[in-house]
Design a protein around this ligand. Sequence first.
Ligand code: CA2
Length: 149
Amino acid sequence: MSEPTVVVLNGPNLNLLGEREPEIYGHDTLGDVEALCRKAASLAGLAIDFRQSNHEGVLIDAIHETRTTAVGFVINAGALTHTSIALRDAVATIPAPVFEVHLSNVHAREEFRHHSYLSAVSTGVIVGCGPSGYAYAVARISELVLSRP
Ligand code: CA2
């Protein structure tokens, strides 16, 4: 039997992580973030389905594909966080715990980054912890999954 899976979704431009703006996003690449997620998941006996897309519809399709099978979601929707009602509506259909993650502290940045369409339909929000935020979210999902009757 395969391990329960946590889906990790990354939105627009996160494929550039480690290449530009290291003063905001650090030096780790998205590959490094994926490795961190896999390490956190393996400690908890979970598998990771790690994806990135620059396209809103691709992210929404990924949610539709996995929403009833995944045991949890970690979502860094990038700038779509601040703009996409369609992504919010998709996230709201997920029965499993969803953690919204941002590498940077969006509240210490421009005003337009302070509002998230996803926070109100997420189980929790982790900001400003860099790549570790993803690992914290995976760890929290494992706690929630294990405490299920
Ligand atoms: O802090 C985060 O994780 C963000 O979700 C990152 C988004 C930004 O629009 C959100 O407000 C906060 C931007 C992702 C773009 O990533 C880049 C990485 C390296 C170089 C350029 C962009």
